[in-house]
Design a protein around this ligand. Structure first.
Ligand code: ZN
Length: 232
C-alpha cells in the first residue's frame, strides 16, 4: 500500500497488507502498538485506528465528565428522561420484578419475613406506628370509601340487605386468626379504573387482608373477577 507521508499526522507503521501495526498517539505522543488504539472505520481514520490511544481517550472523557457544566447538564437530562419515560420505566421495572429468578424470589421472601418480624417487634414495643400512611391521609381514604359506598348503594336496598352486610362483617371478624385478618371485599370494585360496582350483598366476598391488598381495585371484565389471583 502506497502512502503519502503527509497524509496522516504523526508516525505510524504498516505491515505488508497495509494494516496499522503501531502508531504515535497525537495526545501523549508515545508510539504504541495498534491494539492500544480503538478501531475506527477508514472513513474516520484511514489507518483504521483512532489518532489518540485508548488511555488518552478515556482521560479526556473523564476530564469532560468531571466539569461542573457537564455534570449539571447530565443531571438535567436524567431528570427530564425520568419524567418523559415514566410509564416505560415503570413497565420495565415491573417486568424485571416479575421475571426475577427463583433464587431472588426465595431471597426476597426471607428478607420480607425478617423485615416483617422486626417491624412487628417494634410495633409491639410501641416504638413505631402500625400504620405506614399518616393519620390524615388514612382518614381521607376512609371518608372517600364511605362516600363511595353511599353513592354505590342502590336506593332499593332493604333492611334485610343491610342485615346481610352486618352478618358478613361479623363473619369476617370471627374468621380472624393470630396471623390473618379478613375483610369484606367488593367483587366488582366500587372505584375501579373503568367500572363502578354496586354496594350490594351479592357483590361482597370475604378475603384475607393480604388477598385484599393483592386484588386492590383490579377488574378483569367478568362477574367472577377472579383473574387477580394469578397476579404474582
Ligand atoms: Zn495517548
Amino acid at each position: 500500500m502506497e502512502h503519502n507521508p503527509n497524509h496522516f499526522k504523526g508516525e505510524f507503521q504498516l505491515d505488508e497488507d497495509g494494516t496499522c501495526i503501531s502508531r504515535k498517539c497525537l495526545r501523549c505522543e508515545i508510539v504504541k502498538p495498534a491494539q492500544e488504539f480503538s478501531k475506527v472505520p477508514p472513513k474516520i481514520n484511514k489507518l483504521g485506528v483512532n489518532s489518540r490511544c485508548k488511555v488518552c481517550v478515556r482521560e479526556s472523557q473523564n476530564l469532560l465528565r468531571n466539569t461542573p457544566e457537564h455534570k449539571e447538564k447530565m443531571k438535567r437530562y436524567n431528570q427530564e428522561y425520568v419524567v418523559k419515560n415514566a410509564e416505560v420505566l415503570y413497565e420495565k421495572r415491573k417486568r424485571k420484578y416479575h421475571n426475577r429468578s427463583q433464587e431472588k424470589r426465595e431471597k426476597d421472601k426471607i428478607e420480607k419475613a425478617i423485615y416483617s418480624r422486626k417491624r412487628q417487634a417494634l410495633i409491639k414495643a410501641g416504638k413505631i406506628s402500625r400504620y405506614i400512611i399518616p393519620k390524615e391521609k388514612r382518614n381521607m381514604y376512609a371518608k372517600r370509601y364511605v362516600s363511595s359506598k353511599r353513592t354505590s348503594s342502590p336506593p332499593w336496598l332493604t333492611k334485610e340487605h343491610y342485615d346481610c352486610f352486618d352478618f358478613l362483617a361479623i363473619l369476617a371478624s370471627l374468621m380472624k386468626s393470630e396471623h390473618t385478618r379478613y375483610a369484606l371485599d367488593h367483587i366488582i370494585p366500587l372505584r375501579g379504573k373503568n367500572v363502578c360496582g354496586l354496594h350490594v350483598p351479592w357483590n361482597i366476598q370475604i378475603l384475607s387482608s393480604s388477598e385484599n391488598n393483592k386484588k386492590n381495585n383490579r377488574f378483569d371484565g367478568t362477574y367472577d373477577n377472579e383473574s387477580w389471583r394469578a397476579y404474582v
